[in-house]
Design a protein. Structure first.
Ligand SMILES: [Zn+2]
Ligand SMILES: [Zn+2]
Length: 392
């Protein structure tokens, strides 16, 4: 049910307490608060505010709870909107920092970093767009990369981890410099592409993950060669390993490190305890709400799901965080702060409000709900990179 009329028209058959707050308990707009607009036969008419536009939806009685007291909030009506056909920037702003953690721990001031949240959302990107899981700007003269792994004996218990034939890599992320100017592109390059083999491979640390590859390109030079087609992924790829095509909507936000990063651990437990005071005094959690942005992002602090695990470059320095690709954009806890304001109301209070579910527009499942973290050393001439994965 829940067919939306874009312009509320005359109330139809009203006779009930219109204007009363209601909460939709079932259907496509589940959890959203609305205003009772009237009745039409068996149906209840409800006005919803979606992206600042009043939209009238028709619901059956079992889908609507009449209530003036509900504090339950849900997120992301965009999840149910038709996929975007064109890229729109600037819609998904993160709410301002609700509490400044520097006030509780002044040492944090020097640890602030800027990250670019990419806010992936379902759509139909083309090769000329920045995207997650979209077609890539690939030169027609360059063969599409495949992953070949050695044959694994069927008697080996690891046989399911690796494929036995060459598999075309699948697009994970493509970013144009014009959309993410803060990303450190090497000289002469203005497109970054990340692909991976979607089958699990055992890495040298004992984990089993997709195997990523990273490409830097020059858009003009690539277009001059002619653009080839991005192949469809094979049918038998494990679920959750091919991101659904999404546009991005880049936004710069300030982050502070997770409590487990060395920068904070070296301060000692007594200072870190001050971060716990924030939750007691304000209801906002440093770890979930005030430190690191979840979701797909460029730069800033890695959005580790588990313990920090920074790679070291061959030159001896700790590599820089290039980008994070995570399974979800936020969960029910982190979404209170990090869900874009357009998807939840702006004055949310963590002591009384909640959201009903997380948001995973890409449908990725990296080690359940973990992430991939790419690192780079811009000091070395060939910009070496490394990857890390984790799971929750
Ligand atoms: Zn492979
Ligand atoms: Zn280096």
């Amino acid at each position: 049910m829940a067919t939306g009329d874009e312009r509320p028209d005359e109330e139809t058959g009203s006779g009930g307490p219109t204007g009363q707050a209601v909460c939709i308990v079932d259907g496509a707009f589940k959890g959203l608060p609305g205003t009772l607009a009237g009745f039409d036969g068996d149906e209840i008419l409800v006005d919803l505010d979606i992206f600042g536009r009043t939209t009238r939806v028709r619901m059956y009685q079992h889908q609507v709870s009449l209530s003036t007291t509900t504090r339950q909030r849900t997120i992301d009506p965009a999840d149910y909107l038709p996929p975007a056909r064109v890229q729109v920037f600037g819609m998904r702003a993160t709410r301002p920092l609700p509490v400044d953690p520097v006030r509780f721990l002044p040492e944090l001031a020097s640890m602030a970093r800027t990250t670019i949240r990419l806010h992936p959302h379902r759509g139909e990107p083309e090769a000329g767009d920045s995207s997650v899981g979209g077609p890539l700007l690939w030169p027609v003269t360059e063969e599409w990369p495949t992953c070949s792994v050695p044959y694994v004996d069927p008697g080996d218990f690891e046989v399911d981890l690796e494929h036995r034939r060459p598999v075309p890599l699948v697009p994970v992320l493509q970013l144009y410099q014009r959309d993410v100017a803060a990303l450190p592109f090497p000289d002469g390059k203005d497109v970054l592409q990340v692909l991976w083999c979607p089958f699990d491979h055992r890495d040298d640390r004992g984990g089993t993950w997709p195997r990523p590859e990273l490409y830097w390109r020059n858009e003009a030079a690539t277009r001059a060669e002619g653009i080839g087609l991005t192949p469809n992924p094979p049918q038998d790829i494990p679920s959750g390993k091919v991101p659904q095509p999404c546009f991005v909507d880049p936004e710069q936000v300030t982050e502070y490190p997770y409590e487990d990063e060395d920068e904070l651990r070296c301060l000692g437990d007594d200072r870190r305890l001050r971060l716990e005071d924030i939750k007691e005094q304000t209801g906002w959690s440093y770890q979930s709400h005030l430190s690191v942005a979840p979701g797909v992002k460029v730069g800033g602090w890695p959005g580790w799901t588990q313990w920090p695990d920074w790679p070291t470059c061959r030159c001896g320095r700790r590599m820089d965080h290039l980008l994070t690709v995570s399974s979800d954009e936020y969960d029910v806890e982190s979404g209170l702060r990090w869900a874009p304001v357009v998807m939840v109301r702006a004055d949310i209070d963590p002591r009384t409000d909640s959201i009903s579910r997380g948001f995973s527009p890409t449908d990725l499942r990296i080690g359940d709900m973990g992430g991939m973290y790419l690192f780079i050393c811009p000091k070395c001439p060939d910009a070496p990179w490394a990857s890390r994965f984790d799971c929750c």
